[in-house]
Design a protein around this ligand. Structure first.
Ligand code: ATP
Length: 229
């Protein structure tokens, strides 16, 4: 088997020393996987994502990403360019006046010219059924529209790995179906935090559960064939 895209081992983390969130959490993500990360509210799923991209640093353990151990801000800078994190709250992701500016921001930051960034942004918006949304004022969009634009900002960076924190939040049924089809067709490995069982059943190739600060196999491993049913 090829090397994992991410490998976490023995991860410990606490926001407040009295209440550890993660204790000895370990996890591997391989190319081609769509892993569902499930577990109760407040169990530490979002925290694990933040640690994977270096927005929080663990008190113990090892984070390896794309074949290298990652410790410093510089290490994680590269990780964030290759692993796109969809935040749980779209308002944490969107900060430009218009949709096109928001979606172009990542590609520009990665060194694309403004014409290239604009083209990538338009393509990505079209992929998500948002062609024609470029000039819309971001903060006036509906919750579901913001969710999709936030996803567009992540996909426009053409990451190797997607970390999606509750991607179906605020989406109506038809939009959720469309999102499922889009995600199924993407080649990237992904980890998906969701409380939406139906969505996960259609999308995930494997499930892991956050339990007492560690990750355990959920015992409901899905085969890729079943997941694509
Ligand atoms: N910035 C913070 N400061 C202090 N405590 C925090 C902070 N962020 C999260 N926590 C706490 O850490 C714990 C884990 O939170 P986290 O958001 O990782 O859980 P989660 O499994 O993603 O939850 P949910 O399913 O509700 O999104 C919770 O008890 C939460 O209150």
């Amino acid at each position: 088997m090829s090397a994992p895209l991410f490998r976490l081992e023995g991860i410990g983390f606490a926001y407040d020393a009295e209440r550890p969130v993660l204790r000895d959490a370990g996890f591997e993500l391989f190319a081609g996987e769509r892993v569902a990360l499930v577990g109760p509210n407040g169990s530490g799923k979002t925290t694990l994502f933040l640690i994977m991209v270096g927005l929080r640093r663990p008190s113990a353990g090892i984070v390896e990403a794309f074949g290298r151990s990652r410790r410093t801000e510089k290490d994680f800078h590269e990780v964030r360019a290759r692993a796109g994190l969809l935040f749980q709250d779209a308002d944490d992701q969107l900060f430009c006046p218009t949709v096109l500016e928001d979606v172009s921001f990542g590609p520009l930051n990665l060194g694309k010219t403004s014409a290239e960034a604009r083209e990538i942004a338009q393509e990505t918006l079209a992929l998500l059924g948002l062609a024609g949304f470029g000039d819309r004022v971001t903060h006036k969009l509906s919750g579901g529209q913001k969710r999709l634009v936030a996803l567009a900002t992540v996909l426009a960076m053409r990451p190797d790995v997607l970390l999606l924190d509750e991607p179906t939040n605020a989406l109506d049924h038809a939009t959720e179906e469309r999102l499922t089809d889009i995600l199924q067709a993407l080649p990237q490995a992904m980890v998906i935090i969701s409380h939406d069982d139906g969505f996960l059943k259609r999308l995930a190739t494997r499930r892991v559960r956050m339990e007492n600060g560690a990750l355990v196999d959920d015992g409901k491993t899905l085969t890729p064939a079943m997941a694509r049913r």
